[in-house]
Design a protein around this ligand. Sequence first.
Ligand code: PTT
Ligand code: SF4
Length: 608
Amino acid sequence: MKGWSGNLLRIDLTRRKYVVQGIDPNILASYVGGRGLAIKILWEELEPGTDSLSPKNKLVLAVGPVTAYPGPNTGKLVIASKSPLTGGYGDGNIGSWASVHMRRANLDAIVIEGKAEKPIYLYIENDKVQFMDASDIWGLDTFEAEDRLRKIYGNNAGYLLIGQAGENLVKFATVIAQKGRSGGRPGMGAVMGSKMIKAIVIKGTRPLPPAADPALSKIGVDAIVATKSKPGYPFWLRQGTTATVEWAQEASVLPTYNYTEGQFDDFSKIGGFMVEKSKVLTRSCPNCVMPCGHVVKDLEAQLSELDYENIAMLGSNIGMDSLDKAAYLNRLADMFGMDTISLGGTLSWAMEATEKGLLKGDNGLEWGDVKAAARAVAEIANRSSELGQLLAEGSRIAAQRIGHDSWKFSMSVKGLEVSAYDCHAAPGMALAFGTSPIGASHKDSWVISWEVQTGRDSYSPEKAAKVIELQRIRGGWFESMVGCRFPWVEVGLELDWYSKLFKAATGTDLNLITLADRIYTLIRAFWIREYGGWSKEYDYPPRKWFEQPLSKGPLRGAKLRLDAYDSMLKEYYRQRGWDENGVPTISTLKSLGLEFTIPTLSKYVKLS
Ligand code: PTT
Ligand code: SF4
């Protein structure tokens, strides 16, 4: 098949063996790559109920048929596994040279299984794998470990690393690349740590897989030109995602004090214009024409690469009133290898618990106290204190442990902390968080800007439809053909370019709706299997948004309505072809070619 390599590299750490296997072309046609391929592999290969941190779990790296080809922003890869944070499906989409090298190694996917006896790193060159002793880099942060490995393998290779957080199985540990890219929010770094892998170094030296149409390069270059000619492009280069701080303040959705408010008094000190003023350089993923990694100097005068989510979660949401403070905590998260969104959401939960007298003494954390927050970050990464141990589990489990009503202000869905958008007055975005396939992530459906423009009060069927439409494009399409979605979402590159790129790469047309719905429904089946059943309450956003209204700002008094949310959720299920508890119906499973899930699902739920 053109556009793909058709190869999967399987690495068994326990036996220190590896093999390159062919991938069934029908699987590639039906699941495409990235997330699609990952969920198919995890469904087929994991035993139901596998412990996420056991050798039986598998880590999947997957690229897609657009990755690394000429085109706007094609240097990304999906990293997926069963999540130790949520117990369900988890993935992330990371920018790294590892994606380009995977394509040059002619690999569509790498599946890592088992567990090494002692710390190792993997050196993959084309279809050869070396299991390397990592004892001298185990315990190092991701920056230093990358520097050491680069001295050996040079700049012509891709690097994926974990820090101390991954080694110590912090539930929201991520995989880090190029000192500022972080992938796999739901604990993919902990899965790597559980397998005793400190790093994966990939070098591919072959030509990219041939495309079906030699015109691919021209289409790719034309799409780049089209991206650069968009009116929003120059401003994007100045501020990237960080401009969202001012937008979120204006719209009253900037997470503030653990999502208690939607506006922050000091927003201008952490906003896009402050980033623009403070910026010392800009970094990017490979093959990118819209570099968005804005690097500033932090409180310790060290370099820290920022995006909107980092600033909001480690700024306004925990009461940090200056950019250098948020940047400092962000750099620590990158070095230790932790997700800034879950870290910010877990710290803010602890700060609210302190305010309510539920955490005290050494375990207490005050809003805006950057030194105490930095100490807590280190203690979480190293699990070196009672507080660190508690918070390393994420806010959902921490809340279960300290009890009282603290679960109500764990700002998470299915255990994954909410990304940086307050939803007191955004029911559509609340639905997007509630139904995201990895927990409360914005990556699948960032419906909030549309919602702010078109009406925030409504819980209409159109809103459910819009959530699904965006999930199909963002979570289905971009995650399976594997490229960065920012050209489309941020500067308005027409989606048609991606159809053309896909067609030129593979020679086939893509049915976006069927592909995306197949992937979503299989992911839902995976959650049902791993949870041993399903309840619609798993798809509810955090309780605080229903019970505690905004107390300040133009939307004072706003909160979500439970009955209306429930109706909108039911409508969402209906449009997806799932029953009223969120379980896919038999006819939906059959129409999407997922009948193979029926015998398994029938053990856990009554299928209709
Ligand atoms: C993504 C999530 C995001 S989404 C942000 S900021 W964002 C946070 N960044 C972190 C970070 O940095 N350091 C850290 N230690 N933890 C972090 N956690 C958070 O992780 C990211 C960009 C961004 S920046 C976004 S929106 C877009 N996401 C895409 C996506 O999901 N799919 C896709 N096809 N294209 C995308 N393009 C954009 O990529 P996760 P990255 Mg990321 C400092 O990985 O797990 O998806 O988490 O990968 O290379 O850093 O790119 O305002
Ligand atoms: Fe990476 Fe940002 Fe470029 Fe996307 S726009 S490829 S996230 S640097």
